[in-house]
Design a protein around this ligand. Sequence first.
Ligand code: TGC
Ligand code: FAD
Length: 392
Amino acid sequence: MGELLGTDLYRLDDLLTDEQKLMRRAVARLVDEEFLPTVQQHFRAGTFPTELAPKLGEMGLLGMNLQGYGCPGTDNVSYGLAMQELERGDSGLRSFCSVQGSLAMYPIWAFGSEEQKERWLPGMAAGKLIGCFGLTEPDHGSDPGGMKTRARKDGDHYVLNGTKLWITNGTVADVAVVWAKTDEGGASSIRGYLVEKGMPGFEAREIHGKVSLRASVTAELSFHDVRVPATNVLPKIEGLKGPLMCLNQARYGIAWGATGAHRAVFESAREYALSRVQFGKPIASFQLVQKKLADIYGELVKAQLVNWRLGQLKDLDQANYMHISFAKRNNVRVALEAARVAREILGANGITDDYPVIRHMTNLESVYTYEGTDDIHTLILGKELTGIPAFG
Ligand code: TGC
Ligand code: FAD
């Protein structure tokens, strides 16, 4: 897992198959040759290179671990390795793929009708159609069960009203998977609705002013009496469990992705420490700097091992949401700390986007919050360890 580093001290790559290593190399090449040369420009402009979507599709990176309907159906370690490489580029790139594959394609794949799957999945896998996922609302983030968005049955349609906030890919999406309660109320009445671009009453507005995850589209979605045909309701799921099952898929990808950002800041700090001379020596020769590098690297190896075991469990269908919370919480936390320390090693250069470190650092602040905040994952673990839910 550390092949590109040239410092795979723990020989983690021995845990991978040749096929997994080849796939990782192909994704690394895409990131190095087609994404990294433009990331600074996109980060500054607050844009995402949507034109990369067909290329991501061609490489099988959209809905990668799903079977059929044009999806490659890879094992979960391969999926994780790909997310790691993408986030070595930028969290925005991994986010794009996570939302498309795990939050928009997965619910259609797992809970959709045959007609819905045929209609959406092949185009989404190819990157020709884009999806987004609307769960969070202005007044309900960590507690999505309290959502206010409502769907009222009216003949063979549902009439949707409400607002979803912080929606990745919101303004570029052809289809939004929107979670809403039916007018009967109660948690079990939460259903998923496929809201299509252009449906009257549906609007997506981009959110500006982000200082984090700038190379990613984030939007507010509003629904004013949007008439959604009953055939666009996901038939095979009801209740909060539906969106939470999608989050498990995406959180798994984030646990791997965070180690990509972690590796990028480690490599940048190591290279800088070896070339920056102060007091007549490279700063890498000072004990305090070596300690910082050793700490960053040690946590990286541990996070990668957690991911590898998690991937194994997931392939055996034995990973539950507690395992995924453990990995998301640990790996994002240590990546963020690594980015802060790496920033310190770069001195004043650490605050410019000419180096990748502060871009990753600010991105990781979003990753720390989305897909369940660090606090929420702590409480999920706490509940597992004590049997006592402490959410409310
Ligand atoms: P609670 O009563 O505990 O659970 C309701 C039902 O769901 C089941 N369940 C899960 N099932 C599958 N996976 C999980 N992770 C599950 N967690 C719970 C549970 O067993 C129960 O089932 P049943 O059959 O008994 O009904 O629900 P609660 O209301 O107390 O909430 C629990 C809590 C706080 C853990 C949950 O709501 C939560 O995870 N909150 C965080 C919200 C969140 O993560 N939002 C993310 C939005 S999407 C996003 O951020 C995308 S970023 C995209 C990007 O750019 O990468
Ligand atoms: P809140 O829930 O209001 O939390 C505020 C603070 O209170 C946090 O520190 C939290 O940990 C703490 N807190 C809350 N409850 C508890 C508790 N019980 N105990 C202790 N502390 C608590 N959502 C989507 O649906 N789709 C998307 O595509 C999407 N993309 C996103 C992209 C970005 C860049 C960002 C930043 C967010 C995105 N989100 C998306 C929303 C994200 O999932 C939420 O921001 C997240 O779930 C937290 O909700 P909140 O921001 O409302 O914070």
